[in-house]
Structure formats: structure tokens, C-alpha cells
Ligand binder design. Structure first.
Ligand SMILES: [Zn+2]
Ligand SMILES: [Zn+2]
Ligand SMILES: [Zn+2]
Length: 294
């Protein structure tokens, strides 16, 4: 696993085009095992000792202090998805029209068409299907009874879609993706994925690079101990650490967003109550753990 300084160096090289993206990824993920945590490395432990405060930043206790991160790095795949979405949005903004034959080809390659039955008399959708009675179908709209339903071909639906993308005929999610997800899409959904695919291929390199830099930045921030607070074990296990901010009064301790000040800055009476409630919360947790409801 790379150290904090090595990560910064790697990111800067990538930004300055001094290293190929693939090589940078290889360096970053070499010896990287799933579930491996940065706090097992020597670098992290050394840096941590410089950042940890001598008392809890919430209650000022000096007992069993830990560093708590107020945010955690996101997964690389999340950045990739997010960046692809951005590029797609921009691409669609500049290219709202799509090529019909390319779209056709994309649809056939990626989707199975499951046509919905139509009444042959009024072409209304989904006539009721009868299990015992003959003929099999009855149209709820025109009351027509029939044995064989009508179906539109995919080509026909695409033609209607190109005339009017919101037409009644083309709203149904009657296309099933051929991948393992088996997603049900309508033509508007497919148009989005088709355009996303173009945007993705067109700017593959830039998208990958941008996503990877965001990912590196996130990890650098995490290792920098920015957005961390020192908390005692009690406060760490009782406070909702993601909803903390610096106390506006003393600008020294942290407080929950819902409180006006930190525990230290509360009037004596309230301070006692708050500390007791932390103690109480800890006891309740212990009870829950014993009872197995935690
Ligand atoms: Zn504390
Ligand atoms: Zn009908
Ligand atoms: Zn305060």
C-alpha cells in the first residue's frame, strides 16, 4: 500500500502526464488486498501519532483516545460511474439526435424484445387473459373477444419512437437487457444507455483518468487526517460523528449539529446532564450487546 506522500506524488505525476494511467493504477493497487485497511501500515501509524490530540475533542476526557474520520473515501467504481454520468450529460446536451440504424443495431445486440399483447380491434394494450374461457382474450376497452392478440414488431416501435418519443405505444418497458441484470427498459431508457455508451467510448481515457484522480484525491484526504477529530472511546461510540461540527463558542471542541455548543460550553447543569446521557448511552449499549439486540 502506498504511503501518503507516495500517493500525492503519483497523483501529481498523473496530472502532469508523467505517468501512464494504467501504470499509475498498477502502482496504486499493487499489494492492495480487498479489506486491507490503511491503519495497518507503518506510515499511517506514524502520521496518526502526530495528529491525535491529547484529549477528546467532544468531552475533553483523556481516556482511550481514538482518531475518528468524519468522512470515508468512496470506491473507485463510484467515481467511475459518477464521471461517466457527467460526460454522458454533456454529450447528450450537445447531441440530442441519434442515428436510427446505429440505435437499431445497439438495441438488437443488447436487448430481448418481449412484446405486449394488443387488442386486434382497437389496439389497446394488455387485454385481459382468461384462463378457462374461450376465446382467450377480452379487451377491457372495446369488449372485443379474441383468441390471437396482435403484437407490434420492434422495428415498428422504433419508428413510432423516432416520430414521437413520448407516444403511448412506446412507453412500455418491454425490452429486457441481455446482461446478467435483465433490466426492463423502454425506448427512452435505451436511448440514454445508447448515448451513454457513445460518450463512454468517445472519452474513455479522459473518464478513466478523471475518476482515478478523484479517487486518489479522496484517499489522500483520508490519509491527511483532515476532517478527523480525536474522540474518547465513549464519545466515539455514542456520538453520531458524521453530524459533528466545531463549537462556535470555544472553537476548540466539537458538537452535534443539533446542539448550540459543545458539552464544555454548556451551562454547568446541562453539561452534567449531557455527560450523564453519554454514560447512560454507553450502559444501554452494553445491555443491548449482552441481550444480543445490538
Ligand atoms: Zn469524549
Ligand atoms: Zn379493444
Ligand atoms: Zn465549545
Amino acid at each position: 500500500m502506498l504511503t501518503y506522500n507516495e500517493l500525492i506524488e503519483l497523483r501529481d505525476k498523473l496530472i502532469n502526464n508523467e505517468i501512464e494511467l494504467e501504470l499509475a493504477k498498477e502502482r496504486c493497487w499493487k499489494d492492495f488486498k480487498v479489506g486491507q485497511r490503511s491503519w495497518h501500515t507503518k506510515d499511517w501509524k506514524e502520521r496518526r501519532s502526530k495528529f491525535i490530540n491529547d484529549k477528546c475533542e467532544i468531552c475533553s476526557s483523556k481516556e482511550t483516545l481514538t482518531i475518528q474520520h468524519l468522512s470515508h473515501p468512496r470506491k473507485h467504481s463510484e467515481y467511475l460511474t459518477e464521471t461517466t454520468r457527467e460526460y454522458t450529460k454533456e454529450y447528450i446536451g450537445n447531441n440530442s439526435e441519434i442515428d436510427k440504424s446505429d440505435f437499431n443495431k445497439y438495441l438488437l445486440e443488447n436487448y430481448d424484445y418481449v412484446p405486449i399483447p394488443l387488442c386486434p380491434n382497437c389496439m389497446n394494450k394488455n387485454p385481459s387473459e382468461r384462463v378457462k374461457k374461450i376465446p382467450k382474450y377480452r379487451c377491457a376497452d372495446c369488449k372485443h373477444e379474441f383468441e390471437e392478440a396482435n403484437y407490434r414488431s420492434a422495428v415498428e416501435l422504433i419508428s413510432i419512437f423516432f416520430e414521437d418519443k413520448d407516444a403511448y405505444e412506446v412507453r412500455d418497458k418491454c425490452f429486457v437487457s441481455k446482461d446478467k441484470w435483465r433490466n426492463k427498459h423502454n425506448l427512452s431508457n435505451i436511448k440514454y444507455w445508447f448515448q451513454r455508451n457513445i460518450a463512454k467510448n468517445k472519452d474513455a481515457e479522459s473518464i478513466e483518468k478523471k475518476a482515478f484522480i478523484l479517487y486518489l484525491n479522496d484517499n489522500i484526504k483520508y490519509l491527511s487526517f483532515e476532517e478527523t477529530i480525536t474522540a474518547c472511546k465513549k464519545c466515539a461510540s455514542n456520538s453520531d460523528l458524521y453530524n459533528m461540527e466545531l463549537c462556535p463558542k470555544c472553537k476548540q471542541y466539537y458538537k452535534g449539529l443539533q446542539y448550540p455548543t459543545c458539552i464544555q460550553c454548556l451551562p454547568e447543569e446541562k453539561r452534567k446532564a449531557a455527560l450523564e446521557s453519554i454514560e447512560f448511552g454507553k450502559e444501554m449499549q452494553a445491555v443491548h450487546k449482552r441481550l444480543g439486540i445490538d
